[in-house]
Design a protein around this ligand. Structure first.
Ligand SMILES: *Cc1c(COP(=O)(O)O)cnc(C)c1O
Length: 388
């Protein structure tokens, strides 16, 4: 009955654990949730107020499919000043979240049988999105020892005449890697040399630690800019996950293809959300400075706790985003078993690594309060000692 496309898509494998955790919370159990995929702070009030004002002034009708001019102008100016990318509004398509932007880009770039290079660990939706377009996800292995990073040499080994795109995510979910300027330049050279398109998912741009700079891969050359679709959004930077607002910047041919696709699928992103998005850009470096400080303190705390159980759990210190990807191979459990038992026996919910392409890892999210983090780390440590 179902289409081949629909049958090929995997359900979200992490949902089961999350559902169990939620059920336990409802039953009144004291679950520590390390599963969050969204910031734990409230959407800032200047953003909420702009959304409310939009409703009250009647800004509640269709807008242009690709976004209101005011928001596109604000995005153009952001990309220019913060990312060194010079675009015009015709290059910008606003969508219902960065996920939507990535989905649409893959739909307009990939034909049946085309291949997408996806570094492992990957954000769970990338391979599924590629499959939905009829494409083939080509998973590119990395290692904790090499900081979970790919380079041209590794990528070249997976190159075929069918290779069409590379999906990069820096800072990354789930492992928090942040590619440096020279590493990105080498990858840009690889893309230009082999004419590979790059989807650069920069959603965690603002959540970056130790003063490391975020670099947009499209900024290296005109040739690379032509091949790159830069994707960003409001969910993680401004804690606006439920508002559904993201955008992409690309060559006009790609941008208009995405716009056509949106014309016949979602139409415009929500009108009131777009107004809220315009207001978000009024928040400056001070706002992000506070967020980074808070997340960095939590990261430092968790890593200090993990250092005490080094013989049981390995990790690479994340440089961005709000997750720590932990190597659990020494526990001899696969990631689902680990997550399930930890939840049942110690009431700590985290996300198994298998859906991210790594069955001997689990993901701890630190988008939760320091108190919860302390409690959760105590329980994990206790549990690992008890299991000996
Ligand atoms: C959260 C997330 C997104 C999606 O963000 P939305 O704008 O809410 O759609 C995209 N990529 C990665 C890696 C994410 O973690």
């Amino acid at each position: 009955m179902l289409s081949r496309r629909a049958k090929e898509v995997s359900p979200s494998a992490t949902l089961q654990i999350t559902a169990s955790a939620n059920r336990m919370v409802k039953e009144g159990k004291d679950v520590v949730a390390f599963g969050a995929g969204e910031p734990d702070f409230d959407t800032p009030s200047v953003i909420k107020d702009a959304g409310i004002a939009a409703i009250q002034s009647g800004f509640t009708k269709y807008t242009p499919t690709s976004g209101i001019p005011e928001l596109k102008e604000a995005i153009v100016s952001k990309l220019k000043t913060e990312n060194g990318l010079v675009y015009s509004p015709a290059n910008i398509i606003v969508s219902c979240g960065a996920k939507h932007s990535i989905y649409n880009t893959i739909q307009v770039l990939m034909d049946e049988g085309d291949e997408a290079l996806i570094p492992v660990p990957f954000w769970v939706s990338y391979p599924e999105m590629v499959k939905l377009a009829g494409g083939k996800p080509v998973l590119v292995a990395t290692s904790l020892k090499k900081d979970f990073k790919v380079n041209p040499e590794i990528l070249e080994r997976h190159l075929t005449p069918k290779t069409k795109i590379l999906i990069l995510n820096s800072p990354s979910n789930p492992c928090g890697v942040v590619y440096r300027r020279d590493e990105l330049r080498a990858i840009a050279d690889f893309c230009v040399k082999h004419n590979i398109y790059c989807i650069s998912d920069e959603i965690y741009e603002k959540i970056i630690f130790d003063g490391i700079e975020h670099v947009s891969i499209a900024s290296f050359s005109d040739a690379m800019k032509k091949l790159t679709v830069t994707v960003n959004g409001f969910s993680k930077s401004y804690s606006m996950t439920g508002w559904r607002l993201g955008y992409l910047a690309a060559e006009p041919v790609i941008a208009s293809a995405v716009s056509n696709l949106q014309d016949h699928s979602t139409s415009n992103p929500t009108s009131i959300t777009q107004k809220a998005g315009v207001a978000a850009f009024s928040l400056g470096e001070e706002f992000f400075g506070d967020i980074r400080k808070k997340f960095q303190e939590r990261r430092d705390y968790i890593t200090s706790r993990l250092d005490k159980i080094k013989d049981k759990i390995g990790y690479k210190k994340p440089e961005g985003a709000f997750y720590i990807f932990c190597d659990i191979s020494r526990t001899k459990m696969d990631s689902f078993t680990f997550a399930k038992r930890l939840l049942e026996e110690k009431l700590v919910a985290l996300i198994p690594g298998a859906p991210f392409g790594c069955d001997d890892y689990v993901r701890i999210s630190f988008a939760t309060s320091m108190d919860k983090i302390k409690k959760g780390m105590d329980r994990i440590e206790e549990w690992l000692w008890e299991r000996q």
